[in-house]
Write a protein that binds this ligand. Sequence first.
Ligand code: ZN
Length: 439
Amino acid sequence: MKQKQVHLFSSDFWEKEVEIIERKILEDIQLEGLNCSIEKAKKSEFYGEKLKNIKKIKNFEDIEKIPFTTKDELLKHSPFSFIATDLKNIVRVHSSSGTTGRSKYIFHTQKDIEIWADLVARCLYMVGMRKDDIFQNMMSYGLFTGGLGLHYGAERIGALVIPSGAGNTEKQIELMRELKTTVIHITPSYLLYLAHYMEEIGLSPSNDFNLKIAIIGAEPHSENTRKKLENIFNINIFNCYGLSEMNGPGVAFECPYKEGLHLWEDNYYMEIVNPKTGKILEEGEEGELVLTTLKREGMPLIRYRTGDLTKIIKEKCKCGRTHRRIQRIKGRADDMFIVKGVNIFPSQIETVIMEFPEVDKNYQIVIDRKEGLDILTIQVEIKREFFKGDINELRNLQEKIREKLKERILVTPVVELIEPGTLPTTTGKAKRVIDKRRL
Ligand SMILES: [Zn+2]
C-alpha cells in the first residue's frame, strides 16, 4: 500500500528563518539564553540559594560548573520556590506525578504559554498539518500536558480542533467519521486498541476514515510498532517528545524523514551526560538527556536531569533544519528493570515481539521472584487466525519468540501466547510492566 503524501517542500516551515538558522548564530543565541536563564532563575527561592555563586558563563565548557537540577529536588521543595516571577504573572500550572506519588508542578506565564503554542505549531506544521486539517486530540485534558499542549499548537496553525480527550472509543470513532478527522494525537497503545475496535465493529481502519497523520507520544514504543500501525491505518505516524517539566509536548519532534527528532535548540539547551557520573559525553554517545530552558519566564529550569536515555545524531538532516536531532528515546531510566542482574528496557522486548507477524496488538511483561530467582514472563496476544490454528505451529512460534528474546535481552523468558482481547486494554498510558517483586 502506498502511503498518503505528506508535504515535503522546502518552503514548508512554520518559522523558516529560525528552523534553518546558521549553527554559529544559534550557538550565540544559546549562550546568551543560558546566561539570561540563570539570572532569571536566581530570582526564585530555590535557585537564589543554589546558584548564588554562579557567575556569567563565557563558553559552553563552563556549563559543567553549574549544578544539575533533579526530579527529586522538584518533588521535595515547595512548588512555589521555583517560581522566578511575581505569582500574579503566573497564568497556568500543569503537573505530573512522580513515582513516589508526589507531584511536580510547573508554572507558566502568558508569554510561556504563547511560546509553547508556537513550538507545538512548528512541530505540527513540520509533519504536514495545515489550516484545512481536522485535528482530533485523543489525549487527556487537564493537568497532563498532552491535551492542552497540542490543542493550543493546532489552533495556532488554524486547524479545526476536536478536543475529544482520551477514552470513549465509540464516540471517538463517531467523531472521526462525522467530522472527517485528518490528524489525531494519541498514545500508541490506544491507537492499537482503536484499530482493534474498528475491526470488531466491521470498519476498516485504512479505508473507512479520512485520516492521514497520527502523532503518538507519552509512552515508549518500538519502531516496529510504528510501522505496524502505519500499515494498519495506511497513514504517516510521527513521534513527539516532551516532558511536563519542559512544558510538555513540543520539545522535540520527528520531521517527515523520520530519522530522529529535531530538538528545538533556540528554546532548550541540551546535553547528553553519563547517567552515573554526570560527565558530559561526546556528541553521538548514548546517555541521559539534560535540558535547560532558554526562554521560560515563570519557572526556568537549569540543567534538568530528564532521566531519558538517547543520543545526539550528528549528521545534518535532509530536511534542512539545523536544530540537531536526538534518537528516539530508548526508555526512561525509571522504566528500566533489572532481571537476574541484567538491565532491560520494555522497548527492547517490544521490538522483538512486534517483528513477528502473528503477534496481535497487546502484550504484558510480568516479573516475579520464586525461591530467590527472578522469573520474567512475556504474555503476548496472538492474532485470532493463528491462535485458532495448529497447536504445533503455536509451540513453534512460542519457541522462536523465546529464542529471539534470549538473544537480544540476554535473559531467557517464559513466553505465553494468549488469545486476543485477554489483556486489559487502556485508553491512556499502557501499563506494560508488572513487577510483582515490588508488590
Ligand atoms: Zn529533519
